[in-house]
Ligand binder design. Structure first.
Ligand code: SF4
Length: 618
């Protein structure tokens, strides 16, 4: 057991990140269970504690009598220095045991720029980084989450990955690990990996060989073992209403990013925005029943005492019974003084009306995401909103008393021209004008937030060559020159970070060497601008003999084998390519939930259907 000295805690910022013992955290005697599992988020505590996926897995695993699940987050740099100086290994927050002594160490992979933190955490735990160097005496290292859908840059370090929603597969994995332990680990790690590869949705990368053409593109990806399936298809929860949901979440002692109840209304989104990876990997839409949500909400309020609840999903305003649900929840919660909020809003007046209902008193800023500055480009990305929608929504917001609006855009989208970039500035000024039309005076503030588009695997834009850093910086400079009004503020992401994100998002196995080089040269917390060291990454690419532009900026050919072709979301590649072609022709695709099925392949392929409670007495 690791002893946490008060002198160490005195020297680091936010010691509460490291002390555990929070309300609702689960404490079991490790010797009383058959399996110990560490659930890791490769970023700081405040970010990791806000992740719903890990809360769900913590709940499922700890409900089992035979398993103990504990949490692990990346120590901030000050704590890491203390740990390295005193030889303190990475430990779990529940029992303070070194992670090295745990049976399974599972990471959620949310963001490419946290990959260097994974290596750092393995090293801090005293676990060899390369899976090939780890015997069965070490924990089995598992990855899951969105980035597992292109796990290739990480395959050197992980033993296996879990694709898709793991409510069911995590139990099968736990059973498998327990069987193997009870059998005295017979056959060693290879035997365990063969068993794991037999579980649907589990990818054991060492069982596959990748061959390359001379130009660096992939010629084929082939399984080497009989247990390894040619294609690993994601797992999905067919009936979300019945799925386990954590009603006793761990309550932090310090403020975390989402410090409130997170009530998940539904999974999936069928609007089909062509840049959005979540829109593919969580298909199709599956809603929870309103009555289930009300029950869950009450249970969580009772177990936590939180006075704020956020209704989350990929686009909460699309929940089919939202108006009734919000009214019912407000009625349920009013006595306990719990406020209900929607984190994201679609651009229409309905959303503003709802926001108005939700924020009776506090009129904090409203956020809208037109994503692109012109209708032409919004058609390319299939955003499905018009300038009139935005104008109406902003007008209703100003009429209802708001005076501050945040607008999200991307630059670097396929087919983008200077006119599209200028369109962003034009829209921002239009919002100021609308305020003047409504109120008869100036006084609105507009925050324009610009991210650089990063093409993601499993999206229709996965073939697109990402804009170079120079192109992005030119567009940023143009916007800066256009947005001079003191009531408009402009924020953007650093182009080199988006470039590196783009490299790893669509990378292949050759990037493992680069990652190792970069980590050895000091890369960590790359998602935090104060820690991102672009020169370290460039040196790592140079040392590994890998060209980053090959991954980020190259347009892929239609028939090219992509590094993630053997990892399936259930959506057909041919459908994706049709969508890419339609994008280039500026043609839209309707929402399959209300309109016609777009034949993406998910529902028949996975034996699942859209679940929507509109009109049902649910
Ligand atoms: S198969 Fe059809 S209904 Fe199902 S998610 Fe795909 S497009 Fe939508």
């Amino acid at each position: 057991m690791v002893i946490l000295e008060p002198t160490v805690l005195n020297r680091v910022a936010k010691p509460g990140r490291y002390t555990g013992q929070e309300w609702n955290s689960v404490r079991k005697d490790p010797s009383s269970v058959d399996l110990t599992f560490a659930l890791a988020f490769p970023d700081v505590y405040e970010v990791g504690m806000s992740n719903l996926g890990l809360k769900i897995l913590y709940h499922i695993l700890n409900q089992r009598q035979d398993t103990l699940a504990e949490r692990v987050y990346a120590p901030w740099v000050d704590m890491e220095d203390e740990m390295r100086r005193s030889g303190m290994p990475l430990y779990t927050l529940e029992t303070f045991r070194p992670v090295r002594e745990i049976d399974a160490f599972g990471f959620t992979l949310q963001y490419e720029m946290s990959y260097s933190n994974i290596l750092n955490m393995l090293d801090l735990a005293g676990i060899p980084l390369l899976s090939s160097q780890r015997s069965e005496e070490y924990p089995i290292i598992i990855g899951g989450g969105p980035c597992a859908f292109n796990a290739e840059p990480l395959v050197d370090f992980f033993d296996c990955f879990v694709l898709g929603e793991s409510e069911e597969s995590i139990e099968e994995i736990a059973d498998c690990l327990i069987r193997w332990k009870r059998g005295r680990k017979q056959g060693g790690k290879p035997a365990l990996l063969r068993e794991l590869a037999g579980i649907d949705g589990v990818y054991v990368p060492s069982f596959y060989e990748v061959s390359y053409h001379l130009d660096g593109t992939i010629s084929w990806i082939e399984p080497l073992q009989p247990e390894a399936k040619p294609r690993i298809v994601k797992r999905i929860v067919k009936d979300l209403d019945q799925a386990p949901f954590p009603t006793h979440p761990v309550l932090p002692y310090l403020e975390i990013v989402h410090d409130r109840i997170m009530l998940e209304l539904f999974r999936g989104c069928t609007r089909g925005c062509r840049f959005c990876q979540a829109g593919t990997i969580y298909r199709p839409v599956r809603e929870r029943r309103p009555k289930t949500l009300r029950r869950l909400a009450q249970e969580i309020v009772d177990s936590t005492g939180y006075n704020e609840m956020s209704l989350i999903s990929l686009s909460s305003a699309d929940y089919s019974c939202l108006r009734d649900l919000v009214s019912a929840l407000q009625a349920d919660m009013s006595a306990q003084q719990v406020s209900v909020s929607l984190p994201s809003l679609r651009i229409d007046s309905f959303s503003v009306e709802l926001a108005n209902q939700l924020q009776k008193v506090r009129k904090s800023g409203l956020t809208f995401a037109p994503e692109a500055g012109t209708q032409r480009l919004r058609d390319v990305i299939n955003k499905g909103v018009t300038e009139e929608n935005l104008e109406e929504a902003v007008r209703s917001a100003f009429q209802a008393g708001w005076s501050s609006v945040k607008l999200y855009f991307m630059i670097g989208l396929p087919t983008e021209t200077e006119e599209d970039v200028r369109g962003i500035a034009r829209l921002a000024y239009r919002v100021l004008d609308i305020y003047k039309e409504v109120k008869g005076r100036r006084g609105a503030t507009v925050n324009v937030s610009i991210s650089s588009f990063v093409p993601k695997p499993h999206t229709p834009f996965q073939w697109f060559g990402q804009n170079s850093i120079e192109m992005i910086e030119e567009k940023q400079a143009l916007l800066k020159s256009l947005l001079k009004d003191k009531n408009i503020s402009l924020h953007w992401h650093d182009a080199p970070v988006s470039f590196m994100e783009g490299v790893f998002a669509r990378g292949d196995r050759k990037l493992g060497r680069v990652l190792m080089e970069a980590w050895q040269r000091g890369a960590k917390y790359d998602g935090w601008s104060e820690h991102f060291k672009y020169d370290v990454w460039l040196a790592a690419f140079e040392a590994a003999g890998v060209d980053p532009h090959f991954y980020a900026n190259r347009e892929r050919q239609a028939g090219e084998v992509l590094p993630w072709d053997h990892l399936s979301t259930g959506v057909d590649k041919a459908f994706m390519y049709r969508e890419y072609e339609k994008a280039l022709e500026e043609q839209g695709t309707v929402d399959c939930r209300r309109g016609q099925c777009g034949v993406c392949g998910v529902c028949p392929g996975l034996g699942v259907a859209v679940v929507d409670w509109e009109g049902a007495n649910a």
